[in-house]
Design a protein around this ligand. Sequence first.
Ligand code: C2E
Ligand code: MG
Ligand code: MG
Ligand code: MG
Length: 300
Amino acid sequence: SAKAEGGAAWRYFTPSMNEAVLQRIERETRLREAIRDDALALHFQPIHGLRDGLPLLGLEALVRWPQPDGGLLPPAAFLPLAEASADLAEALGRWVCGCAARHAHAWRAQHPELVISVNLSARQFDRDGVADRVLQACTAAVPALAGEPQPLRGLEFEITEGAMMRDPQRAQAELQRLRDAGATIAIDDFGTGYSSLAYLKHFPIDRLKIDRGFVRDLDRDADDAAIVLAAVELAHRLGRTAVAEGVERPTQLHALRAMGCDAVQGYGFAAPMPARQVPAYLQGVARGEHRRWLQADQPA
Ligand code: C2E
Ligand code: MG
Ligand code: MG
Ligand code: MG
């Protein structure tokens, strides 16, 4: 029982708190086991360029936790749990890096232009030596990478503004290490966090991912459109590229293209899909099928 395991401290909990605590511990244990048993899943969401032909540039890896009942827990349901403990956050991050690196290696054999994006949590990024640990996780999962001069080529790491701003100098050095190893860097959810624009100048960042919150109504709200345009122009003037998140409607895509935005990601093209469906998606792109939802809705 809880008392027997936890000792005297348990006596200070009310029965309902006790239950909540136990549930949390049980969930943490199950998550730990899922990571250990390779029982999590990465889904992948396509990112398309806005150039002619809407080329597939890459895919973002998004973690899910399959449940015994066949359901799939989204990250919002268990990332907070993982993030609450340093070793669990580290284990999850390590698993995500390894799994993403394996898929990147497999898909890039035939599609060397594809870039696989990996989210790094603030907690993960906050620990010293994050770049080395990421590199270690990727090369452990794909031993063939170990001898490469740029083992992280074809991987992009997404970090939020908040995570970068906690210790800007350290962040800058860690990001540079990832880039030296061949990776590219994106700021995730750009525009939602606290940041100083001055740091954009110094940080080794390749692209800004404009948060879905600004993209949602950009085709019908002048203020959102102004913010997105400003972000796109900021990115370009600093020599970076801009990606819009959460594109669902052709009218959003047309507006983004008119603004000069470089790439889009969203349910309009595809929702995140299990890794096993990615090869079929790649074949569909080769046949131009990804352009259909756009053409169907265009004025004659
Ligand atoms: P994010 O990195 O900003 O990822 C984009 C989220 O937006 C994903 O939710 C994706 O499914 C969703 N999305 C994409 N297109 C659309 C759209 O057109 N409409 C709408 N309404 N939503 C769209 P998801 O997979 O639930 O992930 C949520 C967040 O969890 C991610 O936001 C990221 O911050 C975090 N996350 C996901 N996977 C990982 C991971 O492997 N590691 C870490 N550290 N964080 C992760
Ligand atoms: Mg992301
Ligand atoms: Mg994002
Ligand atoms: Mg987001």
